[in-house]
Design a binder for this molecule. Structure first.
Ligand code: EPU
Length: 302
């Protein structure tokens, strides 16, 4: 979708929004899949309500994009524009055991920055791509930890109230890869309370997690991490592997040879290819195990 009306363009500029016309979502997502649309980048949190109001009044549908690392976007010209938070400087401020982090901050950098200041707890998330906002929304987790355990406060644009609000950690429910935020809420910043730990000790934990991840996941390839959630008490990756589906492909969309719950873009995969592969694997698992796998990857397909 293109914003061609000069009046809307100047209203965007007045709100401090940078308009990048015809951005390729394939370039903004770790899967390297997705069509094009206008990208609106905004730094100031207090400009968000005005931006949403402008888009709504102008009849322009929109979606909020984080780091694009857990996202499968449709092909071709997309029927909505994309709003993305741009990183302020600084994006992480520490105060005792509290880390105030902008939602646009890189997750990996946040983990290492806190570690260098003797704040631990988040070692498991090293190697998870994306932004802190995306990790927060999905309650990203690995190796027995989840980011939600450390959340004390969240600043967000609440779509239902059309304004920026602050929620206390206890007002939010964090479950396995799921939170109580509404789909159209936009994460803006988070305050984490992290346990004190000597840097050397944190670094050791980081090295162990890095090693485990390197040995079990296709890190150098284009992917969106795990495609399916693990069903209670089972592993989607193991089930897909047991069915001998590693290497199964539709076009350039392929089940990874290294981890069967990672589907990689081995070249020029389209969303159509990837969605067909997801549907095929889901129905084979359903037939063999009687389990309906749920997507872990977020799909924006029209
Ligand atoms: N397994 C196989 N074959 C495979 C993959 C896995 O047999 O191809 C087996 C493993 O040997 C292991 C079990 O399945 O016994 C579980 O595998 P793994 O330890 O790799 O963990 P997972 O359950 O597949 C989860 C998260 C990952 C996270 C890892 C590490 C989900 C859907 N996945 O994977 O998160 O990195 O644990 O904690 O919860 C993601 O969210 O995108 C993601 C990759």
């Amino acid at each position: 979708m293109r914003i061609s009306d000069p009046a809307i363009q100047s209203a965007l500029a007045a709100l401090g929004v940078e308009l990048r016309p015809g951005a390729s979502l394939a370039e903004l997502t770790s899967l390297g899949i997705g069509g094009s649309t206008d990208l609106l980048r905004i730094t100031r949190h207090d400009g968000i309500p005005g931006l949403v109001q402008l888009l709504e009044q102008s009849g322009i549908p929109f979606r909020f994009l984080g780091g694009g690392s857990n996202l499968l976007v449709g092909d071709g010209e997309l029927p909505w524009v994309v709003v993305q938070l741009a990183k302020p400087d600084p994006d992480i401020v520490l105060e005792g055991n509290f880390a105030r982090v902008d939602a646009a901050a890189d997750l990996g950098r946040t983990v290492t920055y806190c570690a260098k200041h003797d704040l631990g707890g988040m070692e498991g998330l090293i190697g998870v791509p994306g932004t802190v906002g995306g990790a927060l929304r999905m309650n990203a987790g690995a190796y027995g930890m989840q980011i939600g355990s450390y959340v004390r406060e969240v600043k967000l644009y609440r779509a239902a109230d059309r304004r920026v609000e602050i929620l206390k950690g206890e007002q939010i429910s964090f479950e396995y890869r799921h939170t109580s935020f509404a789909p159209d809420d936009m994460m803006l910043a988070v305050t984490l309370e992290l346990p004190s730990k000597p840097y050397k000790e944190i670094l050791q934990g980081i090295r162990i997690c890095n090693e485990k991840r390197r040995s079990s996941q296709p890190l150098g390839q284009k992917s969106a991490g795990c495609i399916f959630k693990n069903p209670p008490g089972a592993s989607a990756g193991r089930m897909i592997d047991e069915l001998g589906l590693k290497g199964l492909s539709v076009g350039d969309a392929r089940v990874s040879d290294r981890h069967a719950n990672f589907f990689v873009n081995a070249g020029q995969a389209s969303a159509r290819d990837m969605l067909a592969l997801i549907a095929d694997v889901r129905s084979r698992v359903q037939r063999a195990y009687g389990v309906a796998l749920e997507n872990e990857v977020v799909v924006w397909n029209a």
